[in-house]
Design a binder for this molecule. Structure first.
Ligand SMILES: Nc1ncnc2c1ncn2[C@@H]1O[C@H](COP(=O)(O)OP(=O)(O)OP(=O)(O)O)[C@@H](O)[C@H]1O
Ligand SMILES: [Mg+2]
Length: 323
């Protein structure tokens, strides 16, 4: 994939080495081949916009335009005129007619980014467009047919937004015909080093440097970090590191991560191992009480004998003597 670096615009390259990312991309490719509306969900910086573009490129709309609207960026009345367009004289300041984003995206793809931020009144209008596949410009006299693949994206828990009444449930179901979930980086660890190397190469080109080599210790440090800002955070880190160091290797000390996040992550690890230790003790005590009889112990622990056998085999593997 890295070989493509010169042949494709670098911002459109998508690294997917982890099996889970590959599965996700395959789903996205299948989804792309329909005209159904797609809802992309995932934490900040996971690559939702990149996936939306990937879907466009793999769809029957790929020869048409790819238009994006950030629903969080503008005040309500401006988003409305931007989405739907207006006729000359529709309101003070409408000196010329303007073709809205729906019209601009005709025969192509429209990404509604941060869709949960759309005010309720506009959600109602959007719902109508999705149902009728027609738009009307502000101050306009007629409906205009649109043939557009709509993709919506959000980093919020959209179902919760529905529950709290901030997002219309009927619109949610209209948008969520095909859901695509982008996993956080920490849950697809096999992507981390390939992405790091990709960004090293990318920013070395930008900065006119020979790409430095990532040491094993540096790799470990990167792999053990939880990446709350996901791929964007990793990209920024590498960019910054390449600006700050002129060595031909990137070592552990060059990589400055958010100490607070490391702390949180480590204490979570401690918590997990304490939990495991406590569980082991409970299992061993109950087994002793039950004279090692697995079925009796399982009943007392309120777990299935199968689960107990599994847990015992894990204890044995870690060198613990089980009665
Ligand atoms: N699989 C990937 N391979 C290479 N670069 C990626 C990949 N995924 C994301 N990126 C890069 O990471 C950065 C963040 O991605 P993107 O803007 O798509 O995230 P997002 O999910 O839309 O974030 P937000 O929720 O904050 O808007 C971009 O520069 C993008 O090019
Ligand atoms: Mg985004």
């Amino acid at each position: 994939m890295m070989d493509d670096l010169e042949s494709k615009p670098v911002d459109l390259l998508l690294i997917a080495e982890d099996p889970r990312s590959k599965t996700m991309l395959e789903m996205a490719r299948k989804a792309a081949k329909s005209s159904a509306t797609i809802l992309i969900n995932g934490e900040t910086g996971v690559g939702k916009e990149l996936i939306a573009r990937y879907i466009h490129q793999n769809s029957y709309f790929s020869s048409g335009p790819y238009i994006t609207v950030n629903c969080a960026a503008l005040p309500e009345n401006m988003i409305e005129s931007m989405l739907f367009g207006y006729e000359k004289g529709a309101f003070t300041g409408a000196i010329n007619a303007y073709q809205g984003k729906f019209e601009q995206a005709n025969n192509g793809t429209l990404l509604l980014d941060e869709v949960t931020e759309l005010p309720l009144a506009l959600q109602a209008k959007l719902l109508r467009v999705l149902q009728e596949r027609k738009v009307e410009r502000l101050g306009g006299k007629g409906l205009i047919n649109i043939n557009t693949r709509i993709i919506a994206a959000t980093n919020r828990d959209i179902q919760q937004q529905v529950v709290t009444g901030n997002f219309r449930s009927d619109l949610y179901y209209r948008l969520n015909v095909i859901p695509v979930y982008c996993l956080p980086l920490r849950n697809r660890k096999q992507d981390i080093i390939p992405l790091t190397n990709f960004f090293i190469k990318k920013y070395s080109i930008v900065l006119g440097k020979i790409p430095p080599v990532l040491t094993t210790r540096a790799q470990e440090k990167i792999l053990n970090y939880p990446w709350p800002g996901n791929i964007r955070e990793l990209e920024n880190l590498i960019h910054r590191t390449l600006i700050m160091t002129n060595d031909d290797v990137i070592d552990e000390i060059h990589i400055e991560l958010d100490e607070y996040q490391i702390e949180q992550n480590n204490s979570k690890g401690e918590f997990d191992s304490k939990m495991k230790a406590t569980e082991a003790k409970v299992i061993l005590d109950v087994l002793k009480e039950s004279d090692g009889r697995r079925h009796v112990a399982a009943r007392k622990l309120n777990i299935s004998p199968r689960t107990l056998r599994y847990k015992i085999s894990k204890l044995k593997l870690s060198g613990i003597k089980v009665p």
